[in-house]
Structures are given as C-alpha cells and as structure tokens.
Design a protein around this ligand. Structure first.
Ligand code: 1OR
Ligand code: 1OR
Length: 308
C-alpha cells in the first residue's frame, strides 16, 4: 500500500495528458548529484562499433558534442539480458540508463502494458533526469543485449543539455494545438528530437517538388506558402507562430506540394523524417484530417478571388 502511494504521483506526472511536466520547479543547475569521476569501460573495436550503431538514433544524445559523445561511449557497459528478466521495476530508485542493442522489451505502468521496444531505442532516463522513482517497469520479452550508463555519468553529461532543450521547447509544444493529443512523455521525446533553425527574411525553407527530409514548427516569425503557377509563384497561405508546415510530403510520401519562404526573420524547430515517423506516428490521423482542410481552404480561396 505504501509502495502504491509512492508510485502514484510519479506515474501521474508522466502519464497525464495535458499537464506540463516541463514546468518543473527543479533546477539542474542547483543539483550537485553530477559530481565525481566517470568510470571508463575499455572496449574492443568490435564492441565500440556495435555501441556506436546502437546510440546513433538515441534522441537524448542528439545535442551532445563530439567530446561528450566519446565520454558517453567510454562510460557505457554491456549487459546481457535473459527472457522475462526485469530490467527496471516501477517505484525503484533509478540506477542506470539503458540503450537497446538487441531484444524486445515491454514497458508496464501499474501492470498495464503501455509500450514495446523492438530491437532499438532507450529507456530509464526519467528517474535519472527528474530524480524520481521509476515511472514504469521494463521486462525483457526475449534474450538481448543492452548498453548501460550509470546514474552519475548520465547526469553529469546529459542532464543539463536535456533539460535545456526540454525547457526551450516547452512553450512552442504547448502552443501547437495538434500536439495536445500527445502524451506528456511523447512530447518530451519530441522536444529531444527538435533542432532549431533560423531563416533570414526572404529565404526559401522548402522548395516545391523536392524530396522531403522533415517538417517544421514555427517558433517565431511569418511563413509564406507558395505554389508554382504560369512560370511564377502565387501565395496560397501565410502561417505564424505555433503553426507547422512540411508535414504533407511526409504523410503522403510525395514530393513537396508547395514552397515555403520566410516573410521576416524566422525561427523554426525542425523535426527530421525518421523522428517524425517514430514520435508523431500516433498523430497521423489528426494530420490527415488537417490536410483534408487544405483543399477546402483552397476552394474557398478561389471562390473569394473570383468574387473580387
Ligand atoms: P524511468 O527511469 O522512469 C522506466 O524508468 C522507463 O520506462 C522510463 O524511465 C521511460 O524511459 C520508459 N511513461 C513513462 N515512462 C515510459 C513510458 C511512458 N514509456 C516508456 N517509458 N508512457 C508511454 C508512452 C508511449 C506513458 C504511459 C501512459
Ligand atoms: P509539404 O511537405 O508538401 C509544403 O511542403 C508545405 O506547405 C506542405 O507540406 C504544407 O505543410 C504546406 N496545399 C499544399 N500544401 C500546403 C497548403 C496547401 N497550405 C500549406 N501547405 N493548400 C493551401 C490552401 C490554403 C492547398 C493548395 C492547393
């Protein structure tokens, strides 16, 4: 019973829908849990190659520089996993962060299956980032190999950069209506994946007809969407802060349907195609619905123009 009382508030924080977990009073700058020397685990070339491959797509590592990345690679150690083994138990203190090299792992909150990791990804970051008990249990559904990093090293290398990024995108992600449908945990992963880009007034961000590499959320500034017509380009819409563009080609698997220009100096957050598929997959229906409205908007635009 005592255990349950301990676990509930934690789970609530990360599984609740609309409550922001970014707005933590917790300040990593005032946390001295990140002191101490980093353990180094020597690796063969073959091990290092496997590890490098496993961490390639870990979103939390995206903001690390080369030196920090090397520290991460040095500090990780291999862990063999047997079928049905519990790697993490909900409510425990956090010891390690794990990156999956191989194997299938299931996540449970209060015994309810909430997620399956299939031979890729990572888990165990929440308890270490927020200094809280484990929010979920993770059990192996096959044999496998994990790469682990101890709590001190994780916090020393990753805490500040991860926090900075999650905080930075808090306002933006809160301002995009479509993203309200994401769970808090998914929104945090999205923050890890975003990359800020700036464009000067007049600069082209997307060119009609090109292959898509990702989509954009507007942090600040105005964007003009234009389509080619009679050898020139005509504006079909303008977008501002909190709106997004460049999702259409990713959803339809077709070339860019329009071009996008910065109408003033703009700041946008870019979400690469691979992260889009992983994180926003659950929003595909909402996006398709919004895309359906492009046609209606266009038709009413034509009608308006012909009435002028
Ligand atoms: P941790 O250190 O709390 C358990 O240990 C880990 O399970 C946790 O870090 C995450 O890495 C991982 N909500 C919370 N934690 C999750 C979730 C999750 N999925 C995986 N973990 N949700 C699933 C969202 C698809 C929300 C549950 C409703
Ligand atoms: P994309 O990946 O095709 C161009 O790259 C982006 O412009 C597109 O995703 C949308 O995000 C955005 N038709 C097509 N794309 C549009 C439209 C649009 N509006 C914004 N985009 N129409 C606008 C109607 C007002 C219909 C025109 C035929």
């Amino acid at each position: 019973m005592d255990d349950l009382l301990l676990i509930e508030p934690v789970v609530q924080r990360f599984v609740g829908r609309r409550k922001s977990v970014f707005a933590e009073a917790y300040d990593p700058e005032n946390d001295d849990d990140d002191e101490g020397a980093t353990a180094i685990f020597p690796k063969t070339d073959e091990q290092r190659a496997r590890l490098t491959e496993s961490v390639k797509n870990i979103l939390l590592f995206r903001s690390l520089d080369k030196e920090q990345m090397n520290q991460v690679l040095d500090a990780m150690f291999e862990k063999k996993v047997v079928l049905d083994e519990y790697i993490i138990r909900q409510g425990d203190d956090g010891d390690n962060f794990y990156v999956i090299e191989s194997g299938v792992y299931k996540a449970f909150v209060n015994e309810k299956h909430i997620h399956t990791y299939n031979n890729s990804g990572s888990f165990g970051e929440l308890a270490l980032l927020y200094n809280m008990p484990r929010a979920a249990s993770i059990q192996a559904d096959s044999e496998g190999f994990l790469w682990a990093m101890d709590r001190q090293t994780f916090r020393r290398i990753l805490l500040k950069s991860a926090f900075k990024k999650r905080k930075m995108y808090e306002k933006l992600l809160d301002s995009v209506p479509m993203l309200k449908a994401l769970q808090n945990y998914e929104r945090m992963n999205l923050a890890d994946a975003l990359i800020s880009k700036s464009f000067q007034k007049g600069e082209r961000i997307i060119q009609q007809g090109e292959v898509a590499d990702g989509m954009y959320f507007i942090e600040d500034g105005k964007i003009s969407i234009q389509i080619s017509q009679d050898g020139g380009e005509v504006e079909i819409s303008q977008l501002g802060t909190g709106q997004y563009f460049g999702e259409l080609a990713l959803v339809t698997h077709r070339p860019r349907a329009a071009s996008a220009y910065a109408l003033e100096n703009c700041k946008v957050a870019f979400l690469a195609k691979d992260s889009f598929i992983r994180i926003l997959g659950s929003l595909l229906d909402i996006m398709k619905n919004n895309i359906g409205q492009y046609d209606e908007q266009f038709q009413s635009m034509l009608l308006r123009d012909s009435n002028c």
